[in-house]
Design a protein around this ligand. Structure first.
Ligand code: 9YT
Length: 139
């Protein structure tokens, strides 16, 4: 069994701060855990407004707290986000995420992330990113 706490993981290299200043994410489960998905607690900072396009991954995002919206670029639909909302990028949907307040999200990625990924110019994660630093493996 694998047991971790967010509090401990936040103090380790599992916590990734996005260079674009829009979000940070603590990756509680990663590829090397062997679950077939990764699981993250992500904070989207208030006022963030940015585009993503996960061409290589499927993602489910559950809002724990905060308020915002997500827009799918293919059809221009805008979906409000509040505590309890789950959105799923089942079509590798290109989208814009807007945070009216800080939002806490639980995110699941398939295939799982390695751990150190940040968005590339397309708003995607490369499929083969750098492996997790050894010190995180024990966290
Ligand atoms: C909601 C979302 O996709 N935010 C970007 C960060 C991502 N969830 C991650 O890497 O944990």
């Amino acid at each position: 069994m694998i047991v971790r706490t967010l509090q401990e993981a936040e103090q380790s290299a599992r916590r990734i701060v996005s260079p674009d200043g829009n979000w940070e994410s603590t990756r509680l489960l990663l590829k090397d855990d062997g679950m077939g998905f990764s699981f993250h607690i992500t904070t989207i900072y208030a006022g963030a407004d940015f585009r993503m396009h996960y061409q290589n991954h499927l993602e489910s995002v559950y809002c724990i707290s905060g308020e915002g919206e997500v827009e799918t670029l293919a059809d221009g639909r805008v979906y409000p986000i509040a505590a309890g909302t789950l959105y799923n990028l089942d079509q590798h949907d290109e989208h814009i995420l807007r945070a009216r307040t800080e939002m806490k999200m639980a995110c699941v990625f398939n295939p799982p992330l390695h751990g150190t990924e940040v968005h590339n110019a397309e708003g995607a994660y490369e499929l083969e990113a750098a492996p997790v630093p050894p010190e995180t493996a024990q966290a």
